[in-house]
Design a protein around this ligand. Sequence first.
Ligand code: PLP
Length: 421
Amino acid sequence: MQARTVVVRAEEVDASISPRVSSLRPSKTMAITDQATALRQAGVPVIGLAAGEPDFDTPAAIAEAGMNAIRDGSTRYTPNAGTMELRKAICKKLQDENGLAYTPDQVLVSNGAKQCITQAVLAVCSPGDEVLIPAPYWVSYPEMARLAGASPVILPTSISDNYLLKPESLASVINENSRLLILCSPSNPTGSVYPKEQLEEIADIVRKHPRLLVLSDEIYEHIIYQPAKHTSFASLPGMWERTLTVNGFSKAFAMTGWRLGYLAAPKHFVSACGKIQSQFTSGASSISQKAGLAALNLGYAGGEAVSTMVKAFQERRDYLVRSFRELPGVKVSEPQGAFYLFIDFSSYYGSEVEGFGTIKDSESLCLFLLEKAQVALVPGDAFGDDKGARISYAAALSTLQTAMEKIKEAMALLRPPVAAK
Ligand SMILES: Cc1ncc(COP(=O)(O)O)c(C=O)c1O
């Protein structure tokens, strides 16, 4: 019998999207990158300083391990939680570098830290729960909370506190619905690093609330500038039991495209996240896991391959901090880690520019810089702080120098800033 083709007209298709997805906001970091790409395709020499990935290639030893994995036939599904050899290596890293004791069944390897965080939020948060997120925050945290049906509660921080959450601000918002506090140190987008003492004060507050868990996003751990020191939140007294530690390979090892990250937490949380992963993506790429193992074998904190990159990042940070401080009215808090600078341009808001219009917020400021300086930054609004913009210094020093000259020229078109608040 011949099959009959039923033709359905577009207007007959129910194109409604689930409210869970409709409530999500698209990533603004992607939007500005797309806009810069479009300009570039139109022949405008845009300098893109919006992306969140290192400009270095994956270190050769890691890339080689990935190629060997393909040659040696490590091309099949791995266990959902990740290969035993990689999970054992992660446990050793967490013990040696972070003072954290985990067994392989308390570790889950995923396709990037982003998947780890999404699964963790989905696993522990229910509708009605509140997820406490200090701002400026990494763009995805509030959306992940929404995806779980939970409510993001944004805790503003200030440049005068180096964008670090004040323990008293945290204490003032906690209630019986507070389920998860997300900490990110070193931070995207500010580069701030929490001193151990401040984390201890935060832990003292967390300890009083049995329902409250902490997700500690430590993906920028190795990109840190002396004298700052990284402290894993789970290493503080009483915090291991209620902390979900996330880390990954993308940033420190310049492995963004390999998609590899991991979660370490008490077994019941890891098992719940593993259950989601098993019905969602299964285990991470077998090839990337072999490469990840090679990355952990580079030595303490990534050895020389990582310290060379960190040295370059620090030189660029120093240059940018110095240069932005020369701009009147611009405020900068010196980042202690990661490869971002969050610059407070708010004293320029209200400026009229001929042929452009008014600079009224972080978005118009970034559009202005894209148009007049051909430099792409990300508006602070995307990170929950409209006063600033994020510049990524994952670009050669010479590129940053050109960008800085153009930014200075463009800023000179703006009316002198109003007295900085
Ligand atoms: C703070 C933070 N956490 C997590 C991630 C996710 O990293 P990946 O999924 O590449 O491992 C990023 C990437 O931009 C990030 O900036």
